[in-house]
Design a protein. Structure first.
Length: 94
């Protein structure tokens, strides 16, 4: 984003950085495979998680931390996706 100023008949633009504040995160696209075999490792290929900002915009994010996966238990596993104190969830089947 640029800020324009008019000074003594000259117009100039200065780049400024605007820090966006995250309101929440959300799962935008689920992983390709939501059915995992007993004993398999987690595979989150295809997962897209977005940060939702207070200004109404959103953007994909990386550096995610996952909890809740246990392929030794049959049934539904709720996977928590964590990003710097924000959390979203989705379910997979074992």
């Amino acid at each position: 984003m640029y800020r324009s100023s008019l000074k003594e008949g000259l117009c100039y633009s200065n780049p400024i950085y605007i820090d966006k504040k995250i309101n929440s995160i959300s799962v935008d696209t689920l992983p390709t495979n939501l059915n995992i075999n007993l004993g398999d490792v987690a595979n989150y290929s295809g997962l897209v998680v977005k940060a939702n900002y207070y200004d109404g915009t959103s953007a994909p994010i990386k550096d995610l931390y996952f909890t809740g996966f246990d392929s030794s238990k049959l049934g539904v596993n709720t996977i928590d996706v964590n990003y710097y104190g924000y959390k979203a969830s989705f379910d997979i089947n074992i």
